[in-house]
Design a protein around this ligand. Sequence first.
Ligand SMILES: Cc1cc2nc3c(=O)[nH]c(=O)nc-3n(C[C@H](O)[C@H](O)[C@H](O)COP(=O)(O)O)c2cc1C
Length: 320
Amino acid sequence: MNQNNIWPKNRICNLFNITHPIIQAGMVWVSGGKLAAAAANTGCLGLIGAGSMQPDVLKQHIIKAKQLTNHSLGVNIPLLYDKTQSQIEVALSAGIKIFFTSAGSPKTWTPILKKEGCIVVHVVSNPELALKCQNAGVDAVVVEGFEAGGHNGRDELTTFVLLQQMRKILNIPVIAAGGIGTGEAILACFALGAEGVQIGTAFAATEESSAHNNFKTAMCQAKFNSTFLRMKKLVPVRLLENEFSKKIALAEDECADKEKLAHLLGKGRAKEGMLNGNLAEGELEVGQIVSEINEILNCNKLVSKIISEYLEAKNKLFLN
Ligand SMILES: Cc1cc2nc3c(=O)[nH]c(=O)nc-3n(C[C@H](O)[C@H](O)[C@H](O)COP(=O)(O)O)c2cc1C
């Protein structure tokens, strides 16, 4: 089938010059240049997750990705850290024109990036922040439900509810995120007004992801009740259950405060879990959809599978 006939005409494909309205999410320790380029080569938008990278490392990943693909690439920059400004400068000087920002205020960097001729998308977890983003001049928003892996909003809104809230208030395009791992789910998001989807967990488990093999195998073995939202008092994050997350749960049952949680978390736990493969004591960020992942595919196979599911679901709807 002609690739252009698969999807409804939509603003997300036009905005990023991509074939499929699918964004491979920016993810700390997982989405380096190799994954972003592989996703871009399938016709999706590939994002380098800058959150875990010092600026010089980010530059290396951008250079590597550009060697591996001529297709659209962007970076995800959580606006949380001291290194934000240097990361943005490095990405701009390496020719990146697509910025997905998350956490922090959309007002701080959006006008600066727009002046540089960039496309800016901010990640939101509630309608209030979505409106602030629209007012700040972003090109689109990612609306991320609390099914998602990684850091979450505090409001515990699901992807389905968020999409229905967004329809009433936004005129910029919406990218749905959180709990999307199949083509059927994409069809459902489109029915609720999304024009694109951002997929994290399913790409984290691909061959090209830089997640440790132990972590990928653990994702394939995860069940429906393997993830929990933890550390709401500090920074809410959805994690695969392990020894570390059980310790956090216990502390939370005993009403641990922010300081106690920060102490238990310590430093370097996300790297230890996701990159070094310490399944017991590392922080393993995954979304609820991990229950549906049972094999490690390459990006090409993952995207082809999702597109076949999408087309089959769409055809079924039209037949009945
Ligand atoms: C391992 C992992 C790391 C993540 N790191 C980031 C990050 O650095 N910045 C960010 O904005 N979102 C991050 N996220 C969230 C993703 O960008 C994405 O929105 C989310 O994974 C979508 O939900 P899903 O996991 O259900 O597909 C991360 C998610 C995972 C699974």
